[in-house]
Every structure is written in C-alpha cells, then in structure tokens.
Design a protein around this ligand. Structure first.
Ligand code: C5P
Length: 412
C-alpha cells in the first residue's frame, strides 16, 4: 500500500495505449490510491468510460460542461482535490497542447488550472516512434520540463503500428513504481550510490557450486530506495532472479572475485556504498574444469579452499573512504548476539555504519528488522517490509552524508 491516502487524477488521452490505462488504474488503487479518471473525447474512442468507472469506482469526467458539478467548474474542483495528476497515455497532440497552455477540453483545462506548486503533473507519453523522435515533440517535452512537468519516459519495442522503436507507454507496473518513487523525499539528490546485493556462487566444477540463502531482497530494496531518493544508483548483484528496480544500473556477477572487481571499478565514483551482499568467505581454490565424477571407489573429492577478498573492508581502507568522500555501510547477518557481533564487525570492517540483522529471520523474507550501529549510537528499526526499512536506512545515510566528512570517514 505505497500510495495510501494519495488522491490521483488519472487523465487518458487518445492512443492505443489506453488499453493499458485500465490495468494502471487497478494497480494504483491496489497500492491504496483513490483514482479519479478524466478522459478526452479521443481517449473515449479507444476505451469506454464505463470500463474506467467500473475500475476506479468513480464517475469518469469527460466534459467541462457537465451540469452535475454544482458550481459547473470541474476543472477547478478536480485539480484542487488531487495530490497529483498523471496523464497516461499522454499523446503527442496533448503534449503540444500542454506546452502551449491550450485548454479547449476538460483535461487540458484542468492541467492548466491546477495549483502548480501543490499539484504536480506527471506525463506518460505514448506514440509512434517517428512522432516521438520528431523535433516538435522533443521541443514540447523540453518546454514542459522547464515548466516543471514530470516526464516519466517511454518504453522501447514493438509498437501497435507494426514498427519497432521508442515511444511505447511504460507498462502499468513501471508507472506505478515511478509514481511511488515520485512521492518519496529526495534526500540523496546529487549522490552516487553503490549497492552490493545477493549471494555469491563459488564454483566447485562446471555444474556444482557453493552459495548461501541470501535472496538479495534487502539489497535490491536499498537500491530502489536510494533511487527513489534521487540518487544515481549502481547495483552489483550476485545470482538472484529479482527484477531490477526502475532507473537502477545493474551489474550481474557470480563469484566473490567478480563482485570484488565490479565493486572496486565502481567505488571510485560513489559517495555512498552499501554492502548488503552475502559474500562467500571462501572459494574453492582447485575448482575442476570438468564435472567431478563419482567413480564407484568411494573416494571423495579433495576440495581446497582459499579466502575471498573482503570487499567492503577493502573499500573502507581506500583514500576516499578514509577522507569521508565515500560513506561505507556494511551489513552483518548474525544468528545470535546481534548487538555485540555488529559492534565488533563494524570495527573489524572499519566502516562508520554497520547494519545488523538476524540471518535466518531475513533470508528470503519480505520483511526484516535492522540494528544500525555507529561509533556513538545504536538505533533499532523494528520489523517492517524491507522496502520500508531500506527507506529508513537511506534517510539515516542521508543524515550522515549531510554531516561533516570526518563523521562519516572510515576508521582504519
Ligand atoms: O564478515 P561478514 O561476511 O559477516 O561481513 C558482512 C559484511 O561484509 C557485509 O556488508 C558484506 O557485504 C561484506 N563482505 C564483503 N566481502 C566479503 C565478505 C563480506 O564485502 N568477502
């Protein structure tokens, strides 16, 4: 319920992507929003107001001349009641109208009449790739951006016209994620965040390996929360089957050594690193190129182990981390004595902030409980969904980033 207590006006303009607006309306309501649909006449050619009324549970507004409004001013009433207006799909024609302040039907009239600082306008463009690439469309979008409108971008791929390219409306799930992100406080604008997540996989031979039960959910939630907060986010992910959070650059790795290389390559431009990955402490040093066969003699494979590099400890020792230009955050998955283990691990890793959690109570789960340990304080974040905890952790890190560099410098 990420949109609880939000009232949205969902505007539909003429385009085949209107068929996706039905799903979008449902998805917004599922997240707790109330949705008032407003449709242009062109939109009504693609999908009926009946469908949208049934899904939104509210009478769809289609005309500024609707006599049912007591003051006959639906454009004022609708805009004043909304927390945001989302136009999806937004046609090229509708963007052109908005860019010029045209207001000859209810939806554009309402957009123009909205109190701008209080009621943001979000657009999900949808059109043929040539229309999208046309200088007039790009010019209009630039103008709209300058006017403070939020452009949510477009997808790429097969289009209803049979062509392939940019201009498809984003999928409903993507739009919902973008709308949720829009409402989050922008605490990390200008920050570059690096997150490691998931388990690693250490090969024994081409078909077998050693891994652990980390699901990657906590790290992925942190990457999402950092992006929601306005940061540029890179996520170095071990082998997990999770969807990449919107707007996050993902680098997939398998072994601890691959994660080490990818993380060090990225760390020099990060201002915050959160090491949520459950990195294998050891790898098999004599991994076989071929599958190890059972030969019937009862002999056992002789595995030899080597220690993996400690990624977060190494980054914490870097010049940038020691000067406070990079804030390093470590994680500890323990099975007991969380506070004592987390405090000890913070010192061992040399990180200003260590986040403790109980491994068996978090691996694979959608919720978790965290213990934030710094040199001077301990903060308990009670059990909650991982995304909620990730947002609280992001807020805590933002507070540390706002403090003097010495306060966030590593201690080794
Ligand atoms: O030592 P331990 O694995 O318990 O430490 C956990 C913390 O250290 C996590 O932040 C984890 O991502 C990080 N780590 C690492 N490289 C390793 C082992 C752990 O970055 N080789």
């Amino acid at each position: 319920m990420q949109l609880r207590d939000r009232h949205l006006v969902l505007g539909l303009t003429g385009g085949i992507a209107c068929y996706k607006a039905a799903e979008l309306c449902r998805a917004l309501i599922k997240e707790g929003a109330t949705v008032q649909v407003v449709m242009t006449q062109s939109a009504e050619r693609f999908i009926t107001a009946v469908t949208m009324q049934a899904l939104s549970g509210r009478v769809v507004q289609t005309s500024q001349w609707d006599v049912r409004e007591p003051n006959n001013m639906p454009h004022i009433n609708l805009a004043r009641a909304a927390d945001a207006i989302l136009v999806a799909p937004c046609s090229a024609d509708f963007m052109a109208k908005l860019a010029h302040g045209a207001a000859d039907e209810l939806l554009s009239l309402m957009c123009l009449a909205r109190p701008r600082p209080r009621v943001p306008l979000l657009l999900a463009p949808a059109m043929n790739r040539e229309m999208w690439a046309h200088p007039a469309t790009q010019r209009n979008m630039e103008q709209l951006r300058q006017d403070g409108t939020v452009l949510l971008g477009v997808g790429s791929g097969d289009q209803a016209c049979g062509e392939t390219g940019d201009g498809r409306m984003l999928e409903p799930a993507e739009l919902v994620e973008d709308v949720i992100a829009f409402f989050q406080p922008k605490l990390l604008v200008g920050q570059q965040v690096l997150v490691t997540a998931g388990p690693t996989y250490e090969a024994i031979d081409p078909v077998r390996g050693i891994t652990n039960l980390s699901s990657g959910k906590m790290g992925f939630a942190i990457a999402r929360a950092a992006h929601e907060a306005g940061a540029v986010v890179t996520l170095v992910a071990g082998p997990v089957a999770l969807a990449t959070p919107r707007g996050v650059t993902r680098i997939d790795v398998r072994s601890a050594r691959e994660m080490h290389a990818a993380t060090l390559e990225q760390a020099h431009r990060a201002s915050l690193m959160v090491a949520a990955a459950a990195v294998a402490d050891w790898r098999v040093d004599n991994a076989s190129d071929q599958k190890i066969k059972k030969d019937g003699s009862g002999g056992l494979p002789q595995l030899r182990f080597a220690e993996n590099p400690d990624i977060v400890a190494e980054v914490a020792r870097s010049e940038r981390a020691r000067s406070g230009a990079l804030l390093c955050v470590g994680f500890a998955a323990e099975s007991q004595d969380l506070l004592a283990n987390a405090q000890a691990k913070r010192l061992r890793k040399g990180v200003p902030l260590l986040v403790g959690n109980i491994g068996p109570a978090t691996f694979g789960m959608d919720d978790n409980a965290l213990l934030l340990v710094t040199a001077t304080a301990v903060l308990e974040l009670p059990r909650a969904p991982k995304l909620e905890l990730a947002r609280q952790l992001v807020a805590h890190c933002a507070g540390m980033l706002a403090a003097a560099p010495a306060d966030r410098a590593t201690t080794t």
